[in-house]
Design a protein around this ligand. Structure first.
Ligand SMILES: Nc1ncnc2c1ncn2[C@@H]1O[C@H](COP(=O)(O)OP(=O)(O)OP(=O)(O)O)[C@@H](O)[C@H]1O
Length: 940
């Protein structure tokens, strides 16, 4: 060992030899001086001399002289400092490698303290981030819940740029990894989701993981922003990037030479940003948003934000951006997309256990949830779940008995519960006197009316002006007192004024602001009654949400400037929805205690007439087109809001009228962001529809709860398309029961769900018992040979079925054998896909032999299986013998040139077959060229 060390070049020589490089690259001199001083290699006077030297390079020269004078040990220690504090001396790390530096055992006994500003800043940032993120928002400001005690995983679906699923993100700490990146040039990880689905908490958890070094990333700086804060700046305000970063996040200490900012500019890839709520950004005049390309230039904060997001500033930095679903952002800046889908059943169970410490409460809540799938559907949105559970806990402790509302609970009910809990606080007796009482919601609301009205006024003003944050003065002007603040509706926004008290406040959650704004519209006795409809008018006027802010900044396009302050108008839609709920028949009893009955009646009548005319004109205005299966209509997202509002009113009349207005035979609701909760609203209208209807609900977030809600409507559905909707076997149970009872279904689409062999058996039952069923798509599920057999047996018995899609299961050769039975004599099957099912040549042989006897099948898909040349003679025979087949798909198997040769020869004997697609087999480009003469053998 000693010999090896002796053989090393001396550190003194190294410093002499590399002096020039060190002089130009060594920074963070203070850290070197601090360590040399504390180890006694230099004295205070030496330090002063160095510090008095004017230029950085001269300071380094002085240090080198000093340590070289002190000898080998001091020189080695200097190199060791560079080695240990690698973040600060990042530029010299390649040099250490080049000189093959390995610290000696002696020097390793010496301590190195990291006093470098960059490292100190990094530590400070972690510390502050950890403090800022360890608590989760809880009721009022009274209790504090630790994030780790309540945070529950949610469904985090990865999407590609066409919003197609790429599976689920298993664990949040891998978010920034390369998995599911569809655009490596993009720098933004875009996280989207509906109101209250947990986008902010997702970021909080991410920040918390980073602060504990548990996030898989090499980012050493983390800046977090809430987009709504950018609305607080005056139009004329100009700040620099440095101010934006350091004033609105953590600022570096003892950094006279701006080393931290310099480092950020030099190594942007070491910086991670999170921007929460892009949909909340107000852009008053898009035309004036100009890009900022220099980090030194002062600009409006919004310009800085947009320039950061577009990569004009700090190019290469990592960014996570959240926004409500529907806020589209150009794919070219997006690296990866995640859609938050809320709690699954299993998550909900975990959340119950975390939320309720008492076993009695856990059981009570579980039983009540199990009895009400609609409530479960609502509770799959974490915000609503949080409100329901907190209200349950509070009201259960306060009152003799409290149960969760059972059937037909609406969102308005949920937010009324929250308001009741908040208001009941002002009437709380001292804890020692706390005695269980009988619950009387109207009394609580009456007693708290003054405060409620003041909060509601504030919320409405905010909605009208498009602001979510208020100053103390604005709050007082609305009549809010100090005492009111403790109720819990508002919470302080982080910044404090000079006296240390919070300078600004916001509503606990933006959806609660929408609710309060709706309350203000109902309570207001001064404004003309018609003004309750103002947001309906506004929402109708507005165009579909688009990616305007980003359109502008990314492509520089000059779309017309729009007065619309928001990228989406969801919070206005929510206000309308709550208005419908508050003015519904179900809540007259409560509202009459708060508003004059005459005015209430007038407002109810106005709303009803507005909804009725709105529904008619909306349905009339939808784009209809005539297809093979009758008249089709593709609804727009507003249709869903309309349904939600109708459900919230609980009005049978309006539901009936809407059902009557549906003139199409086929409704396309694909990619409309339909959630399980929406299915109750859909069902509410559909129950008044008396004619058969086709429904395409593919690519939504319906889940098992939603299917349960749609149960009464399946009797009239001729087309049931529920592909890509997170359905498990329990949904198929509901479908089997209903579809077999009514026997009207013709098309069943269940592609890309979580169906296993258990569900496949139920689908087989549907196939057997529904005589009109023509098309079944059940690809990309989890069906094995067992399920494959059930399905094959059922299809064999069906005389109506002509199109079966089984792509992407794992039925293997045994399943293929069962389908060979189907192919042998099936009278009607014309299109069959068994692609991506792990079928080898053995299965291929069975299938091709069976198909020789069938001249009905037209299209046969066997893409992405494991067919080799062993299967080629059988397929060649098939091609020669069969005259029914028009397309044979054998893409991405393992045929070589010999196998393909056999197919090519056989093809010359068959004139009916239009093409055999053999792209992606094991042929070189040269080999493929041999077959150019046979044009029907396709390699592209
Ligand atoms: N993963 C989670 N675990 C536990 N609770 C959660 C989780 N996600 C959200 N919540 C609860 O739901 C509430 C609302 O979540 P959050 O504010 O993150 O929603 P959001 O998607 O940002 O909503 P919006 O788009 O309306 O701003 C949180 O305050 C928290 O109580």
């Amino acid at each position: 060992m000693g010999q090896i060390e002796e053989a090393k070049p001396s550190c003194l020589n190294i410093l002499t030899y590399h002096r020039e490089l060190l002089v130009s690259r060594l920074r963070s001199i203070q850290c070197i001086l601090d360590n040399l001083l504390s180890c006694g290699f230099v004295c205070e006077e030496d330090v002063e001399i160095v510090q008095q030297t004017v230029t950085k390079t001269d300071q380094v020269r002085k240090i080198l002289e000093l340590v070289q004078c002190k000898g080998e040990e001091a020189c080695e220690y200097l190199i060791y400092i560079i080695y240990k504090v690698c973040d600060a001396y990042i530029d010299l790390q390649p040099w250490l490698k080049e000189i093959n530096y390995n610290p000696s055992s002696d020097v390793m006994l010496m301590g190195v303290v990291n006093t470098d500003p960059i490292s100190r800043y990094y530590e400070k940032m972690r510390h502050e981030m950890s403090q800022d993120t360890c608590f989760i928002m809880s009721y009022g400001q009274r209790e504090e819940t630790r994030l780790e005690e309540l945070y529950t995983g949610t469904l985090m679906e990865l999407l590609n740029d066409c919003n197609e699923s790429l599976g689920f993100l298993e664990s949040l700490d891998t978010l920034l990894g390369d998995h599911a990146v569809f655009n490596p040039q993009g720098e933004i990880t875009y996280v989207m989701g509906d109101a209250g689905v947990g986008k902010s908490i997702f970021l909080q958890k991410l920040q918390n993981l980073w602060s504990k070094k548990e996030l898989q990333t090499d980012a050493i700086f983390f800046f977090k922003f809430r987009c709504r804060m950018f609305s607080l700046f005056k139009d004329t305000e100009q700040i620099s990037l440095r101010e934006l970063l350091f004033k609105h996040n953590c600022s570096p200490d003892h950094d006279p030479d701006n080393e931290v900012f310099d480092y950020i500019l030099r190594f942007p890839e070491k910086v991670l940003f999170t921007f929460d709520g892009f949909d909340e950004i107000q852009i008053k005049d898009l035309m004036n948003i100009a890009e900022v390309v220099s980090p030194e230039v002062k600009a409006h904060p919004l310009q800085l934000l947009i320039s950061l997001l577009c990569g004009k500033l700090l190019k290469g930095s990592k960014k996570v951006l959240t926004a409500r679903t529907g806020t589209e952002i150009q794919s070219r800046v997006i690296r990866k997309k995640v859609a938050l889908r809320g709690f699954s059943q299993a998550h909900l169970r975990t959340y119950i256990d975390l939320h309720f410490k008492e076993q009695e409460h856990r059981e009570l809540v579980s039983v009540q949830l199990d009895a009400c799938p609609h409530l479960c559907g609502l509770c799959s949105t974490p915000l609503f779940c949080w409100i329901v559970f907190n209200s349950f806990r509070h009201l259960h402790t306060m009152h003799d008995s409290f149960h969760l509302p059972e059937t037909c609970i609406t969102l308005t009910d949920i937010f009324l519960l929250l308001a009741e809990v908040f208001l009941s606080r002002s009437a709380l007796p001292a804890p020692s006197l706390l005695k269980k009482s009988t619950r009387c919601a109207s009394e609580t609301f009456k007693a708290g009316l003054r405060s409620l009205a003041a909060f509601a006024r504030l919320a409405l003003q905010g909605m009208e002006r498009g602001s979510f944050i208020w100053s103390q003065e604005e709050m007082s002007a609305c009549g809010l007192t100090e005492e009111d603040l403790s109720l819990g509706f508002l919470r302080p926004v982080s910044e404090c004024d000079a006296s240390g008290s919070p300078a600004t406040f916001e509503v606990l959650h933006i959806t609660l602001q929408s609710f309060l704004a709706a309350f203000a519209l109902v309570l207001d006795e001064q404004a003309p009654a018609r003004s309750i409809l103002k947001f309906f008018v506004e929402c109708r006027k507005k165009r579909t949400p688009s990616c305007l802010p980003f359109d502008f900044c990314v492509s520089g396009s000059s779309k017309s400037s729009e007065k619309n302050p928001f990228a989406t108008n969801e919070h206005l839609q929510f206000t309308n929805l709550f208005l419908c709920g508050l003015l519904s028949k179900a809540h007259i009893g409560l509202m009459e205690h708060l508003v004059s009955p005459v005015l209430l009646k007038k407002k109810r009548a106005l709303l009803k007439s507005c909804l009725s005319t709105g529904v008619i004109s909306h349905l009339y205005g939808l784009p209809h087109y005539d297809g093979e299966d009758g008249r089709k209509v593709h609804v727009l997202p507003n249709f869903l809001w309309m349904l939600r509002c109708i459900f919230e009113t609980g009005s049978k009349d309006i539901a009936q009228m809407t059902a009557k207005g549906i003139t199409a035979d086929f409704i396309k609701l694909g990619y409309c962001n339909v959630s399980s909760g929406d299915c109750t609203a859909l069902n509410f209208v559909l129950q008044h529809c008396h004619k058969p209807l086709g429904f395409d609900m593919d690519n939504n977030n319906i889940s098992d709860y939603g299917v349960k809600q749609l149960k009464p409507s399946f009797c009239k559905m001729t087309v049931v398309r529920l592909s890509v909707n997170h359905l498990s076997d329990s949904s198929i149970e509901v479908l089997a029961e209903e579809l077999c009872k009514h026997k009207v279904v013709e098309i069943l689409g269940l592609y890309n769900n979580h169906i296993t062999d258990v569900g496949a058996k139920l689908v087989a039952q549907i196939i057997e018992e529904c005589p009109k069923l023509r098309v079944v798509k059940i690809g990309k599920n989890q069906i094995t040979n067992v399920g494959g057999r059930y399905l094959a047996n059922a299809i064999q018995k069906s005389t109506s079925i002509f199109d079966v899609g089984m792509w992407g299961n794992s039925i293997g050769d045994e399943g293929a054998e069962a389908f060979a039975g189907v192919l042998r004599h099936h009278p009607s099957l014309t299109n069959l896909s068994l692609s991506a099912n792990g079928i080898t040549s053995q299965g291929g042989k069975c299938l091709s032999e069976a198909l020789k006897e069938n001249n009905v099948l037209r299209i046969f898909w066997l893409v992405q299986n494991e067919l080799t040349d062993d299967a080629a003679p059988h397929f060649a025979e098939l091609v020669q013998a069969n005259t029914g087949l028009i397309h044979l798909w054998l893409i991405s198997n393992q045929f070589t040139v010999e196998g393909i040769q056999q197919l090519a020869e056989a093809l010359t004997h068959n004139t009916a077959l239009k093409e055999i697609c053999v792209k992606g087999n094991q042929l070189s480009e040269e080999e493929e060229k041999q077959f150019v003469a046979e044009k029907r053998l396709r390699f592209h």
